[in-house]
Design a protein around this ligand. Structure first.
Ligand code: PLP
Length: 337
């Protein structure tokens, strides 16, 4: 099977398993898992943040970040296709009791005017705007990336309005490899950053929320109440340390393969609105839902799984377990459609 539904489907490589197998562990609820502590410090240092907290999923790290940055009745500003709004089960309303101010953006990128035009005045009729949440890369917009300059501009606007800033960095390593920006430069612009180990980096599980010592202390309370405090989880943290050391630079291979797929798709008359590929996501529309179903079925018949983003939109995601031989086979199967 060739699986292009998501970069979450990867399995640990033999050396990653070896790193996991050899991990020193302890009870992380008592802060006694040295491997977790090491991963947390490593991730925080990498992004120029003070501290970090290891959690089971990216949904949890985003939800925890919103809990620590907001009060009930607040409002957060985000892209209308943001994961935090669209794909977390209504968690913002449920966990943080906040409303969302959705910004319609063609490529998912927010600009300073999106902030200044959407901050509510101090008036009891309006929710209190308190956070600007960005996503990089932007999943629903086809893996588009913010440059550091764009991040600086929009977060500076947010801070001028006394707003807090959050980055959903589930695929931030793809964005960093694509733009050439440095993780180290990100910390200064955000109050909280969430990063995922289980997407492009190829770990079986894990995500971290990065922030200040003070907010991470608060975050720990949120993680506990969400049921996300784990015990001898250093085995998973070891996979994370291995991935941060060995699986970041190689993301450019995934990006190259996504480019090749996109170039191939430009020759197909049924492909509409193909989004220029910047990372490992290929997103495009088909003329109608019937064609989507037929293409999915055709691929499946040839042992290939692909994703449907909505009725007309298909998604291919390249990853660690998709190599050049599979790429060649995939393009041949596309030609048979
Ligand atoms: C995958 C993803 C997450 C987190 O998802 P989990 O499945 O909960 O780990 C968060 N944000 C974005 C943009 C994502 O793509």
């Amino acid at each position: 099977m060739i699986d292009l539904r998501s970069d979450t489907i990867t399995k640990p490589t033999p050396p990653m398993l070896e790193a996991m197998w050899g991990a020193t562990v302890g009870d992380d609820v008592y802060d006694e898992d040295m491997t977790v502590n090491q991963l947390q410090q490593k991730a925080a240092d990498m992004f120029g943040m003070e501290a970090a907290l290891f959690c089971p999923s990216g949904t949890m790290t985003n939800q925890i970040a919103m809990r620590v940055l907001t009060q009930p009745q607040d409002e957060i500003i985000c892209y209308n296709g943001a994961h935090i709004y669209k794909y977390e089960g209504g968690g913002l309303a449920y966990n943080s009791q906040v409303s969302t101010r959705l910004i319609h953006s063609q490529n998912g990128i927010l600009h300073p005017a999106d902030v200044s035009n959407n901050v509510n005045d101090d008036n009891i009729h309006y929710p209190t705007t308190s956070v600007v949440a960005l996503e990089n890369s932007v999943n629903r917009a086809g893996g588009t990336c913010y440059t550091l300059d764009q991040i600086k501009a929009v977060t500076t606007a947010a801070r001028q309005h006394q707003l807090k800033t959050h980055l959903d960095g589930a695929r931030v390593f793809n964005a960093l490899v694509s733009t050439g920006d440095k993780a180290q430069d990100y910390g200064q612009y955000f109050d909280t950053i969430s990063i995922c180990l289980s997407k492009g980096l190829g770990c079986p599980v894990g995500s971290l929320v990065l922030s200040s010592h003070e907010l991470i202390k608060k975050a720990k309370r949120s993680r506990k109440v969400l049921g996300g405090a784990m015990r001898q989880v250093g085995y998973m943290a070891a996979a994370g340390i291995y991935a941060l050391d060995n699986h970041v630079a190689r993301l450019s291979n995934d990006h190259q393969r996504a480019q090749t797929i996109a170039q191939h798709l430009t020759t197909k008359s049924y492909v509409l609105n193909l989004i220029p590929v910047q990372t490992n996501i290929v997103l495009f529309d088909l003329p109608n839902h019937d064609t989507v179903e037929r293409l999915l079925a055709h691929l499946k018949n040839h042992g290939i799984l692909a994703g449907m983003m909505d009725k007309l939109t298909m998604r291919f995601v390249t990853h660690l377990d998709f190599d050049d031989d599979q790429l060649e086979q995939f393009l041949k199967v596309l030609d048979l459609f």
